[in-house]
Design a binder for this molecule. Structure first.
Ligand SMILES: NC(=O)C1=CN([C@@H]2O[C@H](COP(=O)(O)OP(=O)(O)OC[C@H]3O[C@@H](n4cnc5c(N)ncnc54)[C@H](O)[C@@H]3O)[C@@H](O)[C@H]2O)C=CC1
Ligand SMILES: O=C(O)C(=O)COP(=O)(O)O
Length: 468
């Protein structure tokens, strides 16, 4: 990556002092200004080429458009939902985060919530401080033998699972990207959400906030849960619909909630916080000395590395990055998959096209031009749509993939899988897109690469095999 010139950086939140120190040691002028209003930030941002934030600074398109000199936004933490990454990308501003730095801290707070919910620890503490001695009121239940449902089996979900297994909890989960055989190695059995809801005594969510995860727990899904299910949200406000949660708490369908995050922070509507069966924290998941030191150091080092033209680490994919394929590129996401050499610092969606050009790699699909939308989820490049047909689940771009477009008929899939079986290729995964003009894209993950597509060509309208 070519060196980028950044002389002045604004840190707009409480970030570990090591961040400022590292940046200054590398010749960057650093200003710290906290609690800026939106208007103050709009006025201030013009003077800086870099900005370092945590979750409280909302970097809207308005702020980005006012940031005439901005080249980099560094998020000292994981979630980038407070940054309009799309607007930043359009303006050529790189957004980067430090996703692993606070994993353990967020996982530990989640476990503390689960344990507190099982024994009413916070409520009992309040009662003691009020001079009471209420042993009967705070009867709890053991975690031992109970079922914990984990939605989102990425970094934090995994750490929560392994910790709660030590309490004797059975851990089940759902994640569209993490392969079931991978989560099985750390003791999480994956299943569909429909199968998961009725089994859980506790549910904890660990996904990013995005359209597909907003309101994952809602009136309908609460209704599918066991009566009295306890839920934890240490990920992002809105993944559990707040109004639905309140209704479920009031009806007893939900027996308790542990909330670290809210749609609006701090929440003006206090109904959830004030509910007796809700325990809550002011977004403390990453608030440990250790996590802050890691995130502060990592973001500073990543910025310095980028400025020195060394490597681009932690750059966030635009969600979703839509690239019109003017030549024969399937998508930037596919290129990331192609170019990944196993190193953590490999290409990402921002530099993939350049890297592809440098490496001379092109993905040709029968010479046909495609428009594709890709993204990265949990470090895995995924395909979101192909020629305007949105996949029902993001398609992980790894392994041997067979893409085909065909009219939707009941015979199609059995016929295709029959051809694959004859070719000795085992079906490992299957995804379909929404139907468009009567046709649907399908993607089948295969155990081996297919070299001969002749038999399939007669069955479908378009077909391509890709090994990533
Ligand atoms: N409370 C706090 O202070 C903190 C909150 N967080 C939040 O936790 C979230 C998770 O963090 P990590 O585990 O590090 O991220 P990660 O990227 O490692 O894991 C997220 C997982 O969610 C999965 N996912 C995506 N869509 C899904 C869906 N529809 N259903 C189920 N799973 C889905 C992804 O495949 C991925 O495996 C972050 O996005 C952030 O918002 C992170 C750190 C601290
Ligand atoms: O890293 C994350 O996603 C977090 O939610 C932590 O937010 P914070 O840095 O504590 O404002």
């Amino acid at each position: 990556m070519a060196p980028v010139c950044v002389r002045r950086i604004l840190i707009s939140e409480s970030v570990d002092p090591c961040c400022k120190k590292i940046l200054q040691e590398n010749g960057i002028e650093v200003t710290e200004k906290q609690n800026l209003t939106k208007d103050e930030l709009v006025a201030e941002i013009k003077d800086y080429e870099g900005l370092v934030v945590r979750s409280a600074t909302k970097i809207t398109a308005e702020i980005i458009n006012a940031a005439d000199n901005l080249k980099i936004i560094g998020r000292a933490g994981t979630g980038v939902d407070n940054v309009d990454v799309d607007a930043a990308t359009k303006k050529g501003i790189i957004v980067m985060n430090t996703p692993g730095g606070n994993t353990v801290s967020a996982a530990e707070l989640t476990c503390a919530m689960i344990i507190s919910l099982s024994r009413h620890v916070p409520q009992a503490v309040m009662s003691m401080k009020a001079g009471k001695w209420e042993r009967k009121k705070f009867m709890g239940s053991e975690l031992y033998g109970k079922v914990l449902g984990i939605i989102g089996l990425g970094r934090i979900g995994k750490e929560v699972a392994t910790r709660m297994q030590s309490f004797g909890m059975k851990t089940i989960g759902y994640d569209p990207i993490t392969p079931p055989e991978v989560s099985a190695t750390w003791g999480v059995e994956q299943m569909s959400l429909e199968q998961l809801w009725p089994q859980c005594d506790y549910i904890t969510v660990h996904t990013p906030l995005m359209p597909s995860t907003t309101g994952l727990l809602n009136d309908a899904t609460f209704a599918e849960c066991k009566k009295g299910v306890k839920v934890v949200n240490c990920a992002r406000g809105g993944i559990i619909d707040e109004d639905a949660l309140l209704r479920a708490l009031e009806s007893g369908q939900c027996g308790g909630a542990g909330l670290d995050v809210f749609v609006e922070e701090p929440p003006k509507n206090r109904a959830l916080v004030d509910h007796f069966n809700v325990i809550s924290c002011p977004h403390l998941g990453a608030s440990t000395r250790e996590a802050q030191a890691r995130c502060g150091q990592e973001i500073a080092l990543q910025i310095v590395d980028m400025l020195k033209g060394r490597e681009l680490v932690g750059a966030v994919s635009p969600p979703p990055l839509s690239l019109k394929s003017s030549c024969e590129l399937l998508s930037s996401a596919a290129l990331v998959g192609l170019l990944k050499d196993g190193s953590r610092n490999g290409p990402n969606l921002i530099n993939a096209l350049t890297a592809a050009k440098e490496a001379g790699i092109m993905l040709s699909v029968n010479g046909i031009k495609y428009t594709a939308t890709g993204s990265i989820q949990g470090d895995v490049p995924v395909l979101l749509d192909l020629n305007g047909s949105e996949f029902r689940q993001p398609v992980p771009l790894t392994g041997n993939l067979l893409f085909f477009k065909a009219a939707v008929t009941p015979q199609l899939l059995p016929t295709v899988t029959g051809v694959l079986a004859t070719a000795g290729a085992e079906v490992q995964s299957f995804s379909t897109s929404a139907t468009r003009g009567g046709d649907q894209w399908s993607c089948i993950g295969l155990s081996t690469a297919l070299s001969d597509l002749a038999a399939l060509k007669s069955l479908v309208k378009e077909v391509a095999a890709v090994s990533i």
